[in-house]
Each structure stands twice: as C-alpha cells, then as structure tokens.
Design a protein around this ligand. Sequence first.
Ligand code: ADP
Length: 444
Amino acid sequence: MGFWWRPLVTLSVIALIALMLWAGGGAALALKFAVIALLAYLARQLWQEKRLARWLEQGGDRPAPSDIGVWGDIFYRLEKLQKRQSQSQSELVTALGRFQHAAEAVPDGIVILNEQDRIEWCNPASRRLLGLDAARDRGQYIHYLMRQSDFVDFLNARDYSKQLNISSPANRDLRLMVQLVPFGAEQKLLMVRDITELERVDAMRRDFVANVSHELRTPLTVVGGFVETLNDLDKPADADLKHYFGIMLNHTRRMQRLLDDLLTLSRLESSPATVAEEQVHMPELMRELAREAESLSRGRHAIRLQIDAQDWLSGSLQELQSAFSNLVSNAVRYTPEGGEITLRWFEQNGHAVFAVTDTGEGIASEHLSRLTERFYRVDRSRSRESGGTGLGLAIVKHILTRHQARLDIQSTPGKGSTFSAIFPAERLIPAQGGEQQPRLSLVK
Ligand code: ADP
C-alpha cells in the first residue's frame, strides 16, 4: 500500500482542529494553534530527514532508524531495498570470484587486452606459456612483451577468425596456438593453447606415412619392373623365368612382412590397455623358441638354451611369443655364421628375465636409445637384406609395456648384444608341478 496520503491526514486533522477553535474561541486562537502545529510538524519532518541523511551517510549498513507513521514506512522500505541490493552485490562478488578461480585453473593461457592492446589481466597459465606476470605486466603493451613479427602482424590484423601458431617467448621448446576473441566494448581475450604434443604427434604421423610409402615403393618398383620385362619378352627362357619369379617372390614376401608388422602394431595400439591373463608355460615356450632359432639359423649358429627359473608368466601367450620371437629372429639375423646365440629365462632381484645373447656385430651406444622407434635401423641395407622391416623392436617394446615389463639392451660393437625383457614380480606364477629342466642344453 502507498503512504502518500498519510501527510494529508495529519494536515487535515490540524486544519479541522483550527476550524473548531476558530468557531469556539476566535480566529487568533485558531491561527496560533495552526502555526504551532505546523511548526511542530515541520520540525519533526526536519528531524526525520536528518536521521535519514545520517543513516545514508553511514552507508546504510546498520539497521535503519525505526519510527511510526510515514517515516517508519520510508525507513522500512529503504532498509528492505538496501538489503536486497547488498545481497545481489555479494552474489555478484561470489560469481566473479568463481569465474576468476575457473580462469586461473584452466590450462590454457588467457590474457585480457584493452582497446590499446595493453594487458588488463592474465591467468597463471599465461606465465608458463608466455612468461607474463599478472602483477608486473599489468598495463604493458602486449607487443612489447611478445615481439615476434608474426604475432605483431596477427594482433594488428584484428582478424578474429584466424589462429596463429608460434613458439613460446618463454620457452622455445613450446609451440603455441594463439587466438583473439573480441568482447566488451573494445576489449579482446588472447587465448593461448599449448600444441607442442599435437605438433609432435602430427610430425610423427607424417614421418610414419613417408616411411611406409618409402618401404613399399622399392619392392613394388622391382616387382613392377620384372612384370613389365616379362610382358615384353616373346619367349622367355625357363631359367630366366625362374630367376625373375624368384626375385619377385622375395620382394612380395618383403611387402607381406611389412604389412603383417604394420597390422600387428596397429592391432596392439587399438587393443584395450589390459592384456589377456593367460598362464604362459615359460620353460615350454623357451624350448619352442630355441627350436625356432634353430630353424631360422639353419645350422649356421650354436643355439643354447638356459632355463634357470621354472616360473610361468601371466600374460598374453600370443603377444609374448611374438615379442620373444622378434628378439630371437634379430639375434639370428645380426650374428654372422659360426656365432653363438643363448636364450635364458631366469630370476634377478625379484624380477623374471627373458634374455637373448648373441655374439653378433653389436650396436654402437649412440643408437641404443632409438632402436625401438619405428623404422629406426643402424644399417638400413643390412636390415633389408636380412628380411627386416624396421618394426620388430617397436612391436617388442609395445608388447612389453602392455605387460608392465621393460626392454634392456646391452651391446658391444664387434662382440655382441643382449636384449632382456624384464618382468615385474606380479607377473610371475610359481612353477606348476615342480618340473625340472636341465640348466643348460645345446639344441640339436
Ligand atoms: P629390423 O627389422 O631392421 O631388424 P628391428 O626393429 O627389429 O628392425 O631392429 C631395429 C634395428 O636394431 C635393426 O635394424 C638393427 O640395426 C638393430 N638390431 C636389432 N637387433 C640386433 C642385434 N641382435 N644385433 C645387432 N643389431 C640389432
């Protein structure tokens, strides 16, 4: 309900009493009463106005003065208004605080620039990515701190649909994608994202495609060349035919091996992180691997088998067999005739170790850390001649990682190498049925 009529009631009551006094006691008495009453009324108004002014001066935080009548109403309504306002103000402050915390927590750099490209605010991530300091650099022109010409051109172009990739001014190893987003009257948000990993993966993908194309091109060219030659010959001699088909078969097998290894890698990458938990009978698998080495070697090497542990392994039989076969096949391929290859299964410091030692050509130390990269070879033509694809150790590493195991490579050029797959104790299953094996056997 409004309260505008209340002063009218007071003034009407004063006028009514004055009229009654006039009728009963004369005009002088009525006038005296009216003057005194109006002065009292005015004094009360002034006093209340003063109370209101004082309350407002104090910021309106304390409870409003209380009173009856119209002033009580005014005080009550003002206090209510004031409460509502301070509540929405504190809600605003909370929301702002929450926004600031969120902006501080995001891993991307955020910088607020004013219309002259001066820094108004920046979040902690922009310190790591751009080397900015919120307190120190506030008010600085952003292009004084980020001087790369690419960036300055980008900033001046004001083309908000574009993004720019640059190196971080704080750390040359970091690659950043920056973007400008307009907001408010003339302000801009500078958004900065770390794309180092993305660019690395992209470069790896490009290298990988280039490598695969390169690996396939040579055998395809050879096979294509012979098919053309055969096509041009009227009556090829049987001996020539046999020779040509032999070469074509070799190259076709090479492509086949490459595609098989590529498919194995791709299957490993797309299969779930957890491996099948089969109980792999290691002593039996060792004997099978020794037979495989024997058949690959075709009598050119002495193959030794040393089983010092009877434990089984928990893991995927198919994957483990593939990893161990790769190591055995490498030992045979990179060990000259007359050399020795030893397969061992033993325990060491609570770990189980599958090791292949050869007396082959060995590997210089600078290559060791890169051997498990795809298509990395110490000697490309040596690898190809022996039927290598350059993917074997990448497959081994992948499979071992899936089994929480690691690959250790020890090698001395000219003397030989030992490739060891080291499994954690959790993957060991104690020997079943207490079987015994000869400690060292020469496979024949
Ligand atoms: P590849 O198919 O070329 O053998 P791998 O990934 O199996 O590919 O091995 C990568 C490289 O590591 C080989 O090209 C070879 O140079 C080196 N290598 C692997 N095993 C041995 C070994 N037992 N002795 C010497 N060098 C080896």
